[in-house]
Every structure is written in C-alpha cells, then in structure tokens.
Design a protein around this ligand. Structure first.
Ligand code: NGS
Length: 285
C-alpha cells in the first residue's frame, strides 16, 4: 500500500533546508576514478521510492528503506543520491530513500535519534521488511554488494578506501548496515543519547551482543566503499562514558523512549529524489 506522506506542518520555525535547485542541479558529479553521474538523468518518482516494473519472485520480494541521517551536507547528499538510485535499481530492489534532517538548537548531530525517528516514519509510509542505515558520505563501489537483509544483522561498509579497504576493528558496526525490521525492534533501535561524532555504532554493537545476534559481512572485495571527503564533525565528549552503560540502558533507551526525547517532527514531505523527514532537536543542555 502507498500511504499519504503529505506535509504535516507541526511548527512554524524558520526552517533552513536545501532548495530544490541545490538538490536537483543539472551539473555532473565526479568521484575519484568513478564514472560521472548526472542527477537530472536519474529516473525515479518524486519522493525517491522505486520498484522494478516486474517483480521477479525468484529474486527478492523484500521492501527496503534506506535511512540517511543528514545535516548541512548538500554536496554529499547530491552525490549520494546520484549514485544510490542507479545502484539500487540495477540490483532490482523495491526501495525508498528517507533523508532525516536535523535542525534546531542542538549543536551536535544526534544520529541514533534520527535513525529511530526515520525508522518509525518510514514504517508509516510503507511496510518495509529491511532497513539500511546509511552514512551520506559512503558510496558503494560494487553492484555485487546486494542491499538486502539476512538472518543476521549485516555490516556492509567493510572495506572503505579511507582505511585502505580494510576493516579498522572487528567490532565496527558503523557506516552502512542492514537490519531486518524485526531485529531493529528487538534491539530497541539505536540509543537516543549519542549526540556528536562517534560511539552510537559501538553502542549498537553491544546491543547485538546482548541479544546474541551475530554480525555478518560480505567479502572485502565486494563490500567496497568510497568515503567522500569532509571536515571532522564535532566529537561526542560523552561517548566513552555512555559506552560503559550500554547494556544497562539498552532496554529503556531507544525506540521505547523516543516520546520522551523532546524533539519535534517539523515536516514530512516528498522531495525530488527522496522522502524528507525534518526534525527539530532542541538543545539538551
Ligand atoms: C571509532 C568510533 C566509531 C566510528 C569508528 C570509525 O573510534 O563510532 O571509530 O570511524 N567510536 C568511538 O569514538 C567510541 S570512521 O573513521 O569510519 O569515521 O564509527
């Protein structure tokens, strides 16, 4: 089913968001040795949801939602969208792209909270079986890296050019991951408490451990990614302290505590290449 995903104005805050002109530019994009993609040439319905014209039941009938937490990275978002749509279409996936954008007074970027909000919003839009949690700065290089969920949660960004295509540490579960809807619920989603760079993915790894869910990974010659260059975003000063209480917090901090988090969903709308969830997060201090 396709539910109504119309704009629901909740607050009248002055909202700074990328203009359509900025997002739908006609110029071409280059990434290192990659070929060039022209965003205008991408054939996807308004709102960034797509399905193959004939669903071959021998392939996969799964519906996947790609969640992209976002703030203030227009160039990356354009590049990401220009690569991800053709990539998922070549894989013949039924998919929707959801960009969850943070605005408001909170100075730090609260990725886990945005993922949890995006998870609920995407499920209001369609009955997704599988979620891909995706950093906007990671571009998959190999079509064989199938965006799908399996019986184990999957870590997909195994080999990133920045780390010479090797895994920096065995417990890494950040960058790009794939989890079944049922697993994400079981895990109580991400912690809402990590704001600023680092740690929310390590906290998630501990949640997986707590539920005895083993991580699976594609081969390093397949799960290859290009990381787009950017300045280091402000670190989360509390991340190491928070990681000491991961297991204790897991059942109360996450999807189950979203309502207490003091954010406002400013709007949900269909943009040219994605569905947009705009969230106002107030300063926590
Ligand atoms: C760890 C961070 C993770 C992060 C990983 C790789 O140190 O959140 O580096 O980062 N953990 C803490 O800070 C506690 S990367 O270089 O890929 O951006 O994902």
């Amino acid at each position: 089913h396709q539910s109504d995903f119309s704009i629901k104005k909740i607050s009248n805050d002055e909202v700074k968001r990328p203009s359509r002109k900025q997002l739908g530019l006609t110029n071409s994009l280059h990434i290192g040795r990659h070929f060039t993609v022209d965003l205008e040439s991408i054939d996807v319905p308004f709102g960034g949801k797509w399905k193959p014209s004939t669903i071959d039941s021998s392939i996969i009938s799964e519906k996947i939602a790609v969640l992209v937490p976002y703030r203030d990275r227009e160039e990356h978002l354009k590049t990401f969208l220009s690569y991800i749509h053709p990539f998922l279409q070549r894989q013949g996936r039924y998919y929707g792209i959801y960009v969850i954008e943070q605005h408001g007074d909170e100075p730090l970027f609260c990725k886990g909270l945005l993922f949890n909000i995006g998870f609920n919003a995407a499920l209001e839009d369609d009955d997704y079986d599988c979620f891909i949690f995706h950093d906007v700065d990671l571009i998959p290089e190999e079509d064989r890296n199938l965006y799908t969920c399996k019986d184990s949660p999957r870590h997909l960004s195994v080999a990133i050019d920045k780390f010479n295509y090797t895994l920096p540490y065995e417990q890494l579960f950040g960058g790009v991951t794939a989890l079944k809807t049922s697993h994400y619920r079981q895990l109580n989603g991400y912690s809402n408490l990590f704001c600023g760079w680092g740690g929310e993915d390590d906290d998630m790894f501990k949640r997986l451990y707590r539920h005895k869910l083993k991580v699976s990974r594609p081969e390093t010659d397949i799960a290859r990614y290009k990381m787009l260059r950017h300045r280091q975003t402000p670190l989360n000063p509390a991340r190491y302290a928070l990681l000491k209480t991961s297991i204790k917090r897991a059942s109360e901090d996450g999807l189950s505590s979203l309502e207490t988090m003091g954010y406002q969903m400013t709007s949900t709308s269909r943009q040219r290449f994605f569905s947009h969830i705009l969230v106002n997060i107030a300063d926590r201090n």
